[in-house]
Design a protein around this ligand. Structure first.
Ligand code: AAM
Length: 347
């Protein structure tokens, strides 16, 4: 019996789902991210995801975040539907958004700015200041909750994760929002990024803040800061290889990791173009890949997840895991997701 499977883990009394949102100009590199219809439209993806999480639909953002070429809908709808079932509350954190969601969407601002292209000289500004703000937020959350789950939305986040993992000395391919992982392009971008900052493999093992500042993104500093501020409070990092990069940052900053597990979808865990399991092994991280069962779905949008489009994001795998922990069946969860998908895909 798997001790990490959702039916075997302890149910929290006061859980909270946190979604950390930001942009990085790295997403403007054509072909790097599929978390938006075009590279330019990825600017709107985290804000659109925030609106879907908050209201179950887009509000001011003109288009639902979609992955080309078949317009696979954002994983935010999976997270929204699963959280609605469980009644677990959510908190949205602005870690550096270029485009804001509608005013009615409550955001906690930790003072971050959108990230720059990691091939330039600086990717994230004021890393230590933003980390402290996030740390304080984490400390406050630990007073009120016994489990925090953190998801993210930041297009091109898998590439920045790759660069940070390498600078800390972890090898392996990261996953992708695209069904065909642009590995060659990612390798070129990461190589140029490391070179522009004079970083070699593992050279920033002892300087994780510098890794974020030179080749990371604003979401990472926020999640790492919140995690550090949580102390021993149970933490689930909801995501794939991006959350592995954050786990590495927390570890190299010298904060405890015994309270952390990484939860993702089976689509990332089994992604043959990436090395989710191998990287978790190098980190010594406890991790779990949830199968949302979209293979059984009649919904064309959800079926595409099975074919490798999108795969994960906005803490979708973690949110499904939470619903399973709460005793909902896979079928009930899938039906709730299908209902919302049907409504959103009509937009
Ligand atoms: C977040 N929102 C999304 C989405 N993600 N909306 C549509 N599709 C997605 N995949 P990459 O590095 O390839 O851009 O993948 C990372 C992004 O994809 C993140 O924003 C993640 O949350 C997901």
């Amino acid at each position: 019996m798997d001790s990490l499977s959702p039916e075997n883990v302890r149910l929290p009394e006061k859980p909270l789902f946190v979604c950390v949102l930001a942009n990085t100009a790295t997403a403007y590199i054509e072909g790097l991210s599929a978390a938006g219809k075009t590279a330019k439209l990825t600017d709107y993806t985290p804000a659109g995801d925030a609106e879907v999480l908050h209201k179950g639909t887009i509000i001011d953002i003109p288009v639902l975040p979609m992955t080309p070429p078949y317009d696979t809908p954002t994983p935010a709808l999976i997270t929204r539907a699963a959280l609605q079932l469980t009644g677990v509350p959510q908190l949205l954190v602005n870690a550096g958004l270029r485009v804001l969601p509608a005013k009615e969407v409550p955001l906690v601002d930790i003072g971050g700015k959108p990230g720059e292209d990691i091939r330039g000289s600086a990717a994230v500004k004021d890393v230590e200041k933003v980390f402290r703000n996030a740390f304080n937020l984490g400390q406050g959350l630990a007073q009120k909750h016994d489990l925090i789950m953190i998801g993210e939305s930041i297009p091109a986040g898998t590439t920045t994760a790759n660069a940070v993992l390498q600078s800390l000395g972890y090898d392996g391919n990261v996953s992708s929002s695209s069904s065909s992982n642009p590995l060659k392009l990612k390798r070129d971008v990461v190589e140029a990024a490391l070179k522009s900052s004079g970083i070699t493999f593992g050279s920033l093992r002892d300087d994780p803040f510098k890794a974020i500042g030179c080749v990371g993104d604003p979401m990472m500093v926020a999640v790492a800061g919140i995690a550090a501020g949580l102390g021993n409070t149970r933490l689930m990092l909801a995501g794939g290889t991006q959350m592995e990069a954050i786990y590495a940052l927390i570890k190299h900053l010298g904060y405890p990791t015994d309270n952390i597990m990484i939860v993702t979808t089976s689509y990332v865990a089994a992604d043959g173009s990436a090395n989710f399991g191998e990287i978790a092994g190098q980190l010594g991280a406890r991790c779990y890949g949830v199968d949302p069962g979209f293979g059984e779905s009649e919904s064309p949008g959800l079926k595409q997840y099975e074919r490798g489009f999108v795969k994960e994001g906005v803490g979708a795998g973690g949110a499904v895991y939470l619903a399973l922990m709460h005793g909902y069946s896979r079928i009930d969860i899938r039906m709730e997701i299908e209902k919302l998908c049907l409504e959103l895909c009509r937009l």
